[in-house]
Design a protein around this ligand. Structure first.
Ligand code: NZQ
Ligand code: ZN
Length: 383
């Protein structure tokens, strides 16, 4: 094992914590509050933020869409530059936080912000950012990554920089009370797949801390899914919010081989067909694991034993993939793409063309998922 690990985001967890942003943002900062389509206006979160900022100078930018676009976020960039904003507070789910990460980075860059996603501009500085999370799923509230879409070309790409890591994040489970069921289920699935991307890969020496903690997170998510009828309960909400955060806050990914192929192929389904992020993952992952079963066999067997408590046997890895699929189905999340509105061959061709255009031609922890492997995976994933 060899890694550098740190997570600099201060987490303020629990009911009523939104009020604490008053002390966390220096009093002399000129704040821009960024939010989405308005859910925070109807569930009381906006009012709590306004109360907490009563002694700050602040303004707002709204309308960040799910799967945030650079077209929208460039308007926030212009405000940050013109108004000399020196602190951004993102209030929402992963989309609002990711969009804000782009905005704080692009505001310190004179060129076209999309260069950040293309890797032409390496982000080394950004306007300070903090987050109030309203949807546990992505972990974006305390990590350095973001995913942006260019609507004009239907391109969805990730970037990351320590400069955009939120300084603090408020995780108040009460904010989840207004979440539509679809988003709650998405949160369970996204957190599950984040853990899998970091855990279901090979690690020759065995990373006992990372593996053991991953298994705890996966078992938590399974328990919460089984206990889904109790979702309107403080404990249920708190445990999902904290588990989803921990899945992608850095620890379980430290020093281990990371996969991310499911995410990269899934992003194309979202960009082309508008599939919810989490749902795109459930569509790709089982087929991808079947395609990569030999290299992932040992880890799938470990998952089968330690997460699903399956019996030993020569087909344990195969049964583990079936158990993963059953987990998605228990949440009413589909494992095949049916939203493509086209015939199967055309759909597969479109996804492959985008993967190629975006350089996604050697994916996974072994860079073994070429376009040919992706084609085989998509044959099974597309209905
Ligand atoms: O826009 P509003 O009105 O807030 O409505 C949102 C949106 O319609 C709504 N919502 C959020 N909190 C709510 C609520 N509705 C009622 N009550 C609340 N408390 O939920 C809808 C979806 O929100 P969104 O932010 O898009 O969902 P999510 O958190 O799943 O974020 C998905 C985005 O994050 C990216 C994805 O690619 C996708 O673009 N990801 C970011 C990652 C990261 N930065 O580390 C990693 C992930 O793998 C992922 O790729
Ligand atoms: Zn994800």
């Amino acid at each position: 094992m060899e890694f550098t690990y740190g997570n600099s985001t201060t987490i303020m967890f629990g009911q009523g914590q939104i009020a604490a942003i008053k002390q966390q943002i220096p009093a002399d900062k000129k704040v821009l509050v960024i939010y989405g389509g308005g859910s925070i206006k109807s569930n009381g979160v906006y009012d709590q933020v306004v109360a907490a900022l009563s002694e700050h100078q602040w303004q707002e930018f709204s309308g960040v869409e799910p799967n945030p676009t650079v077209e929208t976020m460039d308007k926030a960039v212009a405000i940050i530059k013109e108004q000399a904003i020196d602190f951004v507070l993102a209030v929402g789910g992963g989309s609002v936080i990711d969009g804000s990460k782009y905005a704080v980075a692009a505001a310190k860059y004179d060129g076209d912000g999309w260069d950040i996603l293309l890797g032409k501009h390496k982000v080394t500085e950004a306007v300070p950012l903090a987050a109030v999370l309203t949807l546990p799923a992505t972990g974006s509230e305390s990590n350095a990554g973001a995913v942006l879409t260019k609507a004009a070309t239907k391109t969805k790409l990730p970037f990351g920089s320590p400069a955009v890591q939120p300084i603090f994040a408020v995780l108040d489970p009460d904010t989840m009370k207004s979440l539509p069921e679809r988003q709650l289920r998405n949160g369970l699935v996204d957190a599950w797949v984040h853990t899998c991307e970091l855990y279901v890969s090979t690690q020759k020496e065995g990373a006992m801390v990372q593996d053991g903690y991953s298994e705890v997170l996966l078992r938590n998510l399974m328990t919460l899914a089984k206990d889904y009828n109790n979702r309107d309960n403080d404990g249920w909400r708190s445990n999902l919010m904290w588990t989803a955060n921990q899945a992608l806050s850095g620890l379980i990914g430290a020093g281990v081989d990371q996969d991310w192929a499911t995410h990269m192929i899934g992003h194309e389904l979202t960009a082309l067909y508008g599939v919810d992020h989490a749902r795109s993952l459930a569509i790709i992952q089982p087929a991808l694991y079947r395609n990569q079963i030999e290299v992932k066999r040992a880890k799938l067997e470990q998952m089968g034993t330690n997460v699903f408590a399956l019996e030993a046997g020569s087909d344990l890895a195969e049964r583990t993939i079936e158990a993963i699929e059953a987990f998605y189905h228990s949440l009413d999340v589909a494992t095949q793409l049916s939203e493509h509105g086209s015939d199967k061959a055309t759909t597969i061709q479109s996804v492959l063309a985008n993967l190629e255009a975006h350089g996604m031609v050697a994916l996974g922890e072994h860079r073994a998922i070429t376009l040919e492997e992706s084609r085989i995976i998509l044959e099974a994933s597309v209905a």
